[in-house]
Write a protein that binds this ligand. Structure first.
Ligand code: MF3
Ligand code: CO
Length: 257
């Protein structure tokens, strides 16, 4: 959120974030072998309605195209990086890497979060991919402090992931949230420290490293939404919405359980 925005308020964003995290948590609990990604999306739809919220993804159409986003959440399996469209034909199986992304609209305020889970046994390289992406997000959040710059977050993510030898997706970025899903500033997952816009107390930022086991290059499936790795190696995605304060960053996407 831009602190000068009048349309969204921090109280509303807090609630949207709590709902987003709670729905994400319930989806994680339901993620299992034999379940379809459609089942998980429908679960999210029901939970959102029960909490008086709606999906900010459904019908999302940023460029006014003929292809608005057709589902309530994004579920991106294995080589899918982000914006995977849930499907009745996508039955989860042992070894899958499942990224779940929930963006909530509660009374005109947005909350955005994502996580990646693996089903059963996976190769150690895949486990490292997922653990390193989670750690990159934690390192990034630690930089979300009043007076720091966006580049400090970007640099923290990039330098850590480079050391791990993992690919950093460059085609999507983190972002401010407020009355709309994608507000200023953009938060790339690569960049130089002490550069970019300055962070101010009151900003609400969705920070979201998207990381690959092979090349960082992506392409889109014919559905126009699903971003997959070109080499079809797996990817992971973790995201929290965070409030910048005068002191410690506050993670807003904490579930109510
Ligand atoms: N967390 C994703 C993002 O920030 C959610 C996109 S919703 C969709 O881009 F509608 F584009 F799928
Ligand atoms: Co986001």
């Amino acid at each position: 959120m831009n602190p000068h925005s009048t349309q969204a308020n921090l109280q509303g964003i807090r609630q949207a974030c709590r709902i987003a995290a709670t729905v994400l948590h319930r989806m994680v609990e339901a993620t299992a072998v034999g379940v379809t990604t459609y089942d998980l999306d429908q679960l999210a739809k029901r939970e959102l309605a029960a909490m008086g919220a709606s999906s900010a993804c459904f019908n999302y159409n940023p460029r006014g195209s003929l292809n608005p986003y057709p589902a309530y959440t994004c579920i991106s399996v294995n080589e899918a990086v982000v914006h995977g469209i849930p499907s009745l034909h996508k039955v989860l199986k042992e070894g899958d890497v499942v990224s779940l992304d929930v963006v909530v609209d509660f009374e005109g305020c947005i909350g955005d979060n994502a996580t990646t889970v693996v089903l059963g046994k996976v190769p150690s390289a895949v486990k490292k991919l997922v653990d390193s992406t989670r750690e990159a997000l934690n390192l990034a959040i630690a930089c979300a402090r009043d007076g720091n710059r966006v580049g400090d977050i970007s640099h923290a993510v990039e330098s850590y992931l480079r050391k791990q030898g993992l690919g950093i997706v460059r085609d999507f970025v983190g972002h401010g949230v407020g009355a709309s899903m994608h507000e200023e500033p953009q938060i790339p997952n690569f960049g130089r420290a002490r550069t970019g816009p300055r962070l101010k107390a009151g900003m609400t930022l969705a920070i979201e490293p998207m990381v690959t086991l092979g090349s960082h290059k992506i392409e889109f499936l014919p559905d126009g939404w699903t971003a997959v790795t070109r080499d079809r190696k797996p990817a992971a995605h973790f995201e929290h919405t965070v409030l910048v304060t005068e002191g410690e960053p506050e993670i807003l996407t904490i579930p109510e359980i």
